[in-house]
Design a protein around this ligand. Structure first.
Ligand code: ADP
Ligand code: ZN
Length: 731
């Protein structure tokens, strides 16, 4: 799969240089001397200088005279060969311009600039001529021999910067230079090893051996929630550290990383390096450099960390591998879990996919033996899996406008009075998902999208969750003009919280959703408050459902367990099951037993059935049934899918382009093309959207098929075509 190292032609010193731009491929440049693939250069392009990377031999027949000159950066930094191969691979697989994939790997252009030494001061043996009390304080502060900057000295000694400067002038303090960044801590594999139980140990031994073998293999760490998957894969990281290899841990969401960082520090004595979109430019530069020099031994990151320049990667872990957040949905559209497997193969290192509810794809690969299947069927220690019961809302119907049924209310009351915690789960932000006119039935939808406006009562706003459009609730129906006729339909977390507060006025309650918690800091604060027992009942969306460990949480109530099963795409049921399992898995993680109550109108449904059946048997039966459906339908992993999405402001043009595209689809064995059809959200951010779906047999080279097809059609410039290989979202 990986291509041989492509060396620029030494006779002429020309090379193909890839620029981080949406161009077809590398551009030819002249070089003063041949440079190896991966070398970072400065390359002129259209009157500007661009960062670029030597990619391979020059292609064109351009005479040397017309070639522009590219120059290597100071110190000749170089992307590792494996990363270059990975970029080519991802570009080919996703049908993206390679420069766009390169841009993912050059997220910190500043990382390549020379180190900026920092000026600091230390005390000398010279005594100043006048020894005022402030001067004495400064000398006392500096007596520890540590180098500090002027403001730091002034602050610590409680003097003005002028006093410090005076001491510099008379030679009592002298200048030293410090490295620009404090070094990353070195994780210690032996810092605080945890004794593993037998099952964990069996898995850990296999993973350690995999690190020692140092070759590509995919391991599925399949363990129930609370079984100690993290403790187990920490042992693989420990071994990689001992072997002098870097490790990468991919988490689907940064919100999940809080507890992870603490746990990592408890096990290895220092925090790992972090990589995600919330880093400042400076942190980005620091981390990128440390990864590239090998100083950062373990990196925890979101999907973009997959494109970091690790020189000696020895292990990749994708935690909660089934999470759809691993799918990047714009720009270069890729699935970070799948691409992580590819990167591990190119690096020739093991990869661990970890989950309590693996994706059907990974489950099938484990069953067939392609992936090595490691099972942790029991919770660690005294903790047992929670009991799961359905509450049939058709029997225990709460009164209209009420979302917490009587049995659930009773369970909450019992939990809170026992001093334990509960979580109410509803995967819907805001107050109400729909606002409707009771006079004419008109539904309030977004100005720019074919989506309902969601009422957010705290913010007194109607909001579109797709484009961010917001407006005030109008006093009258915009369609029929009836006054005070608009009514809220259905619940969001805010509405459940409103009802909860009315029923349990004394309970300490918090709402956790992405718009009540602003940013990672507030989310982390809420997680910590919950873990410390400062909250009795947490009412939240999926941001609280995942990965967290709340020892006092014994009751989980799912407000609407049917939500999601009706989405109608091929993964809707799988996704609902995974989410319910994740939420359920928060209950009873310590000594006290957990209870999960699922409010449903459809208790006979397979998803609910699999949830309430005890043991792993229920889960595996559910999976096997889903696998049968997919096998019959020829859907992934038994067939391949690719979506083509056309979008543009001019709806007639977009629809026309859809028809033109469909007509041009080549006939091929084992390939079906569906559509064009208007997308579910046929209007999004003012853009009309049409979709086509390619369904192909497992052995079809879908990329080759698409390349042939798409190269034969010329679409109008005002219509944009997006290719989504292995789509997970069908909207
Ligand atoms: P999972 O990732 O499978 O949900 P965790 O690794 O989060 O499980 O473990 C659940 C809880 O059990 C954590 O608090 C963890 O520290 C604890 N735990 C797991 N294994 C052990 C062990 N061998 N010794 C002590 N505590 C453990
Ligand atoms: Zn909108």
């Amino acid at each position: 799969m990986s291509e041989p190292a492509l060396k620029p032609d030494p006779q002429t010193a020309r090379a193909g240089v890839l620029l981080p731009l949406p161009l077809k491929g590398a551009y030819d440049y002249a070089l003063a001397a041949p440079l190896p693939r991966g070398t970072l250069v400065q390359a002129p392009l259209g009157g500007r200088e661009s960062l670029g990377v030597v990619w391979g031999p020059a292609e064109g027949a351009l005479s040397d005279a017309r070639l522009k000159m590219a120059t290597p950066l100071d110190g000749q930094p170089q992307l590792p060969e494996h990363l270059c191969d990975f970029i080519d691979w991802v570009a080919r697989y996703t049908l993206s311009p390679p420069g766009m994939v390169l841009a993912l790997a050059l997220r910190s252009a500043a990382a390549f600039a020379a180190e900026i030494p920092q000026i600091a001061y230390i005390a000398t043996t010279n005594t100043p001529p006048r020894l005022t009390p402030s001067r004495q304080r400064v000398l006392k502060t500096c007596a520890d021999g540590l180098a500090r900057k002027i403001p730091a000295i002034a602050e610590e000694a409680n003097v003005s910067p002028a006093v410090v400067r005076g001491l510099i002038a008379c030679g009592a303090l002298k200048q030293v230079s410090l490295p620009e960044f404090a070094p990353f801590g070195v994780p210690d594999p032996g810092f605080a090893a945890v004794p593993l139980n037998d099952e964990q140990n069996n898995a850990a031994v296999i993973l350690r051996d995999a690190i020692l073998a140092g070759s590509f293999r995919t391991h599925l760490l399949d363990g129930v929630t609370g079984s100690g998957k993290t403790e187990t894969y920490f042992e693989a990281i420990a071994e990689a550290l001992r072997q002098g290899r870097q490790s990468l841990v991919l988490l689907p969401e940064i919100a999940l990383s809080v507890q992870f960082l603490d746990r990592f520090a408890a096990r290895f004595g220092t925090r790992p390096a972090e990589w995600h979109s919330d880093l400042s430019q400076k942190e980005r530069r620091r981390t990128y450099r440390a990864v590239m020099t090998g100083e950062a031994r373990v990196v925890v990151g979101a999907r973009s960390a997959l494109f970091l320049p690790f020189p000696e990667l020895g292990l990749i872990i994708a935690d909660e591998e089934h999470e759809h957040a691993f799918k990047q949905e714009d720009g270069v559209i890729y699935h970070a879990r799948d691409m992580a497997v590819v990167r591990a193969r190119l690096e020739n290192c093991p990869i661990i996919l970890s989950s309590a509810t693996p994706s059907i794809e990974s489950y099938v690969n484990a069953k067939s033996g392609r992936y090595h299947w490691l099972k942790l069927p029991r919770r660690h220690g005294a903790a047992n899996l929670p009991a799961v019961h359905a509450i049939d809302l058709r029997e225990s119907q709460a009164e209209a406008g009420s979302w917490i049924s009587q049995p659930l209310r009773e369970a909450i009351a019992a939990t809170v009075s026992a001093g334990e915690q509960a979580m109410l789960f509803l995967n819907r932000r805001g107050y109400a998902p729909l606002t409707l006119c009771s006079a004419c039935g008109h539904k309030l939808i977004c100005r720019d999208c074919s989506a309902w406006l969601v009422e957010h009562r705290y913010r007194k706003r109607l909001m579109c969750h797709h484009c961010g459009y917001e407006t005030q609730t109008p006093p009258a129906c915009p369609a029929c003009g009836a006054e005070a006729s608009l009514i809220a339909c259905g619940p969001g977390v805010e509405r459940v919280a409103e009802e909860f507060a009315a029923v349990f006025p004394d309970a300490r309650m918090a709402i956790a959703s992405s718009d009540t918690l602003h940013g990672p800091t507030e989310t982390q604060a809420a997680i910590r408050a919950m873990a410390k027992g400062e909250i009795d009942v947490l009412i939240g969306t999926q941001i609280m459902a995942k990965g967290h460990h709340f020892p006092q949480l014994t009751l989980v109530g799912v407000i609407d367990a049917d939500l999601g099963t009706a989405d109608g795409d091929l993964r809707a049921r799988e996704r609902t099951f995974q989410l319910l399992q994740q939420v359920a898995g928060r209950a009873g993680r310590a000594e006290k037993p957990g209870l999960v109550l699922l409010q449903t109108r459809n208790p006979a449904d397979n998803v609910i059935h699999a949830m309430t059946e005890s043991g792993a048997g229920g889960r595996d039966r559910f999976y096997d049934q889903e696998i049968t459906y997919r096998e019959r339908a020829g859907t992934p992993p038994f067939g391949r899918l690719a979506a083509l999405i056309l979008s543009g402001r001019d709806s007639a043009l977009v629809q026309n382009a859809g028809r033109t595209l469909a007509k041009a689809a080549p006939h091929a064995r084992d390939v079906k093309v569906w559509g064009p059809t208007p997308a579910f959200y046929h209007l999004l951010r003012g853009q009309t959207r049409e979709r086509l779906l390619v369904q192909a047999g497992r052995n079809v080279d879908v990329q080759a098929y698409l390349r042939t097809w798409l190269s034969a059609v010329k679409l109008p410039n005002a219509v944009r075509l997006t290719v989504d290989i292995d789509p997970v979202s069908f909207f």
